[in-house]
Every structure is written in structure tokens, then in C-alpha cells.
Design a binder for this molecule. Structure first.
Ligand SMILES: Nc1nc2c(ncn2[C@@H]2O[C@H](COP(=O)(O)OP(=O)(O)OP(=O)(O)O)[C@@H](O)[C@H]2O)c(=O)[nH]1
Ligand SMILES: [Mg+2]
Length: 367
């Protein structure tokens, strides 16, 4: 997919992260790499990156005043018009930074929410993203800063003045209640659909964003879900029933990927999309073995699985992209069975299919 730059003015942005001590600098640098990928996904240009070593964020500015002054100078010299921080900023930090830097200031959560908002296609995904944005905004409605969805002025837009504050809060709460009611209706439809699927063996593909879930899903089901070397290509769940080659009907579901520091409002509002995962009989935890941070990505994916209540579902750990040089080979520290595949070159898939056959047969003997 090609990013449509025509739709919005391209921000030139500086990325900023904190490392609690100098030994953790590498972690922060890696995290900024991922933040840069997110920024590019959102159509933003990264002009520079700054890492500050600091045991704790400053309550007023997140980073120290010295760095604030340097950033201001850099921005004034034409080195960007936006600063993205790698951690969630408090409303006060966000406001202070915006005043001090006289530039747009956003954080990783807003960036992720913004990407979701621009990619959401189905009615359910749109509702879920809007709900997450409003939930994120509500405690931050301070009169100095309002982040609505892009229809109200884009990421980090300045909001109305103090006098409007109460009206805004009331409106946001009302809108939240309205969205929740609409999502509940969709939930009811989904649960009817789910009941119909009880006789099927359910396999859900989960994993870090860009791991290759949709590529594997397409191969297994002959579907044509969009795939791209970009974060958060998939937002909606897609399911396909397959029977040929299996002893019973198997339903595969592809769904949204996970990422480090995923705003919990998003996890909460995507609950119904993620129900495909929580109701699965088997999870394919797909990982990109060429990514140097693959171990961390496994940990992050597992923690989202815990958050959505899917931690106890039998899981296969699937190392994808073995056609490229792996950055990491698993040691024996994992409890899940490990498979090595290339979804792109259709390598190693037969072993996965054999495992599905064995497990689905077992499953229907048991019930
Ligand atoms: N070399 C190689 N590339 C792969 C393989 N599988 C997927 N890819 C590529 O990895 C990128 C991401 O693949 P997707 O299938 O879109 O990944 P995803 O996990 O669905 O990503 P999101 O929907 O964004 O969470 C695409 O450019 C794929 O072509 C593989 O086995 N080998
Ligand atoms: Mg995908």
C-alpha cells in the first residue's frame, strides 16, 4: 500500500525517548526505530531523534529543561514542526511542552490512535477507534488541548478555550455512551454468528504487527487480505472457513497486530474484534524471526493475550520469514511448540497443517 501524502500536510518530526540509565540506551534506540516506523506509517517524516538518559521523567516537561531548550532551537532553525515522544505524556507535560516549543507535541499513543483512525475501514473498526480516541481524550480535556479525531482538526489539534470545557466534556461523555451502545448492537450480532461456528475448529492468527499474519492467512485460506511492509496494515478481523484437506471444517481468523505500549483504550475498545482470538481453539502466534527485537515482541504479544483473556489457549509459536536471515533462534525456554516457516515462499506450512489436523481431531473426540 502506498501512503497517501496528499491528504495531509506532512509533518517534519523529531522523535524523543528516555532511557532510565545508560545501559538501557540501546532499548530506547530500538524503541525509537519502531516509533519511526509508526511515524512513517502515519505519513510523517522523521528528521532527527534524541535519546536522553534520565532516571525518571520530569513531571513538567518529561525530558530535562536543557533538552527542551535544544529542541526549541532545533525547531526554530527549521529542523521540524512536530515532536513525538515515545511514552505517554501527561496532560500537563503535553501542554507545557507545546507552550515551550511552540510546535505540535504528540506521543506514541496518539500516533497509534491516529494510524488506526486513518486505516479503519469497516463500521465496527471506525466505531472502536473513535471510542478509544474519546476515552483517551476525556481525562485530557483541559481546555488548553483537545485531541479529537481528525475530523476535529487532526493529531494534537489545539482545542477550544476554557469556557467551552464543560460543554466539551459533556459532549464527549455523551458520544462515548452512544458509541458503546452501537458497539453493543454489533456485539450481539457477532455472538449470534459465533454460536453458529461452535461446530468448527477455530484457529486465530495473532502476533506483533508486520509479523506476516495476513500473508500466512492468505496462504492457508486462499483469501486476498491486504499485506504490506508497514505497521498496522490489518485492523479488522477476517475469517474464512476451510474444509478441503482437513477432517472437519476449520475457521481461520486474521486480526489486528499488537505493538509495544499499545494504548490500553485501544485494546479495550477492540475487545469485540479480538473476540475471534479469545474464542479460538488454537492460536498461531506468528513472529518475524528477522527482527532483532523478536524476543521482546513475543513478550509484548503474550502480555496483550493476557490482557484480553487468551493466555490459556493452546498456542503454536511460528517463526516466519525463514527465507531471510534470522536475527534470532529460539532457545528451549518456550513452552509452546515452535515451527519455522516462510509464509511468503510457502515453506514449512505442511507441518502446521498436520498439527491442525491432529489437534482438531483430538478436539472433537473430547467434546
Ligand atoms: N521475506 C518474507 N517476508 C514476509 C514473509 N511473510 C510476510 N512477509 C512480508 O512481511 C510484511 C508484513 O506482512 P503482513 O502479512 O502484512 O503482516 P501482518 O502480521 O499481517 O501485519 P499487520 O496487519 O500490519 O499487523 C509484508 O511485506 C510481507 O510480504 C515471509 O515469509 N518472508
Ligand atoms: Mg495483517
Amino acid at each position: 500500500m502506498v501512503i497517501d501524502y496528499s491528504k495531509k500536510e506532512i509533518e517534519k518530526t523529531i522523535l524523543v525517548g528516555l532511557a532510565t540509565d545508560s545501559r538501557r540506551k540501546k532499548e530506547t534506540i530500538d524503541s525509537l526505530d519502531e516509533l519511526a516506523a509508526l511515524a512513517i506509517s502515519a505519513g510523517v517524516e522523521v528528521v532527527s531523534r534524541r535519546v536522553q538518559v534520565r532516571p525518571k521523567p520530569s513531571p513538567a516537561y518529561y525530558v530535562g529543561k536543557g533538552l527542551v531548550a535544544e529542541l526549541k532551537e532545533q525547531l526554530a532553525d527549521g529542523g521540524g514542526n512536530c515532536v513525538i515522544f515515545d511514552d505517554p505524556l501527561t496532560p500537563a507535560q503535553q501542554r507545557n511542552l507545546e507552550q515551550a516549543l511552540d510546535a505540535k507535541v504528540i506521543d506514541r499513543s496518539i500516533l497509534i490512535l491516529d494510524i488506526f483512525a486513518s486505516r479503519a475501514r469497516t463500521a465496527a473498526a471506525r466505531l472502536q477507534v473513535e471510542l478509544a480516541q474519546l476515552e483517551y481524550t476525556l481525562p485530557r480535556l483541559t481546555g488548553a488541548w483537545v485531541h479529537f479525531s481528525r475530523q476535529y482538526g487532526g493529531i494534537g489539534a489545539k482545542g477550544p478555550g476554557e469556557t467551552q470545557l464543560e460543554i466539551d466534556r459533556r459532549q464527549v461523555r455523551k458520544k462515548i455512551a452512544h458509541l458503546k451502545a452501537r458497539l453493543k448492537k454489533l456485539d450481539t450480532q457477532r455472538s449470534i454468528q459465533r454460536k453458529k461456528r461452535q461446530a468448527l475448529y477455530k484457529v486465530a492468527l495473532v502476533g506483533y504487527t508486520n509479523a506476516g499474519k495476513s500473508t500466512l492467512f492468505n496462504y492457508l485460506t486462499k483469501a486476498r487480505v491486504e499485506t504490506a511492509d508497514m505497521l498496522f496494515t490489518t485492523l479488522d478481523s477476517t475469517s474464512r472457513v476451510m474444509s478441503s484437506g482437513y477432517p472437519c471444517r476449520i475457521i481461520f481468523s486474521d486480526t489486528v497486530g499488537f505493538i509495544k505500549k499499545l494504548p490500553h483504550q485501544l485494546v479495550a475498545s477492540f475487545k469485540s474484534t479480538l473476540e475471534e482470538v479469545t474464542h479460538a481453539d488454537l492460536l498461531f502466534h506468528v513472529v518475524d524471526c528477522t527482527d532483532p527485537n523478536v524476543e521482546e515482541q513475543i513478550v509484548q504479544t503474550r502480555s496483550v493475550l493476557v490482557e484480553i483473556g487468551a493466555a490459556d489457549i493452546p498456542t503454536l509459536l511460528i517463526y516466519n520469514k525463514i527465507d531471510q536471515a534470522p536475527a534470532f533462534c529460539p532457545n528451549n525456554g518456550y513452552s509452546e511448540p515452535v515451527y519455522f516457516i516462510s509464509a511468503l515462499q510457502a515453506k514449512g506450512i505442511a507441518a502446521l497443517q498436520a498439527e491442525i489436523i491432529a489437534r482438531s481431531e483430538q478436539h472433537f473426540i473430547k467434546i
